[in-house]
Design a binder for this molecule. Structure first.
Ligand SMILES: [Zn+2]
Length: 257
């Protein structure tokens, strides 16, 4: 059994009715209309956030689940580490929103409902902020006396936000979500609507490479750690990059040319 956060992923006491469960999801998502997944042309499906706590590690992970074509689909959202089920559900919905996965359903009184669905698709995936793995990394680095900017643009002209930025050292750190950035261990393209998902995930991959190239060209070091990387290991990678950069700065005051 998990220890420490016994009710973080637990269901509410008793057996909630379907309506109660739906209200709980509505509350966590910030309204019923905020709970829809765009499954491709013309398809908006209501979704729910599911919390799964590992009995071995006590880690709670959120997934987004919905049904379409008579099948249930699930997408991992990441680790949530709040103290209550309600807060973890909110966090799960926030991750889904930030991943660009959700589309706000138009008001049902709006007759242009279906046709506007595609265009309303929210693709601006604001980079996930304050996710569990990132917070752990931040607290470890902060405890080591390191200071950095959070969710900042390394280059003012480049519309990319890094999770942590060390401006003087020109180091940008990205904590990549396993699903969205196709981690080799947990990144899977959902079997259904595979074309839709493959396109989305490919775009993220290309964008990551583009970001790396642009930053490197401007003399920055890009550090990417997976969401699944233990905080201590992630902190070590960041510290090593800092040490390397600072060593180079000392050895090669003119840079590497
Ligand atoms: Zn992973």
């Amino acid at each position: 059994m998990g220890v420490g956060k016994p009710d973080a992923g637990a269901k509410a006491a008793g057996t909630p009715s379907r309506a109660e469960r739906s209200r709980e999801q509505d509350r966590a998502a910030g309204g019923h209309r905020a709970r829809f997944v765009d499954t491709g042309p013309g398809g908006l499906k209501p979704a729910g956030v599911v919390l799964v706590t590992s009995s071995a590690t006590g880690t709670t992970r959120a997934r987004l689940r919905w049904s379409s074509d008579g099948r249930t689909h699930q997408v991992p959202l990441g680790v949530v580490d709040r103290r209550t089920r309600a807060a973890n559900l909110r966090e799960g919905w926030r991750l889904a929103r930030e991943a660009g996965l959700l589309t706000e359903a138009p008001d049902v009184s709006d007759s242009s409902w279906a046709s506007s669905a595609g265009t309303r698709r929210s693709m601006q995936s604001n980079k996930g902020k304050d996710t569990g793995p990132e917070l752990r990394l931040r607290s470890l680095l902060h405890a080591s006396g390191l200071r950095y900017r959070v969710s900042a643009r390394p280059l003012p002209d480049l519309r990319r936000t890094a999770d942590l930025v060390f401006p003087k050292d020109r180091i940008a750190v990205f904590v990549d979500g396993c699903f969205w950035h196709s981690c080799p261990e947990h990144g899977t393209s959902p079997a259904s609507h595979s074309e839709f998902w493959a396109r989305k995930l490919n775009r993220t991959r290309e964008r990551d490479l583009e970001t790396n190239r642009a930053l490197k060209a401007a003399g920055w070091t890009v550090v990417r750690v997976w969401e699944h990387t233990p905080g201590e290991d992630a902190a070590k990678v960041v510290k090593e990059a800092l040490a390397t950069k600072r060593g180079q700065a000392a050895d090669l005051p003119e840079g590497q040319g």
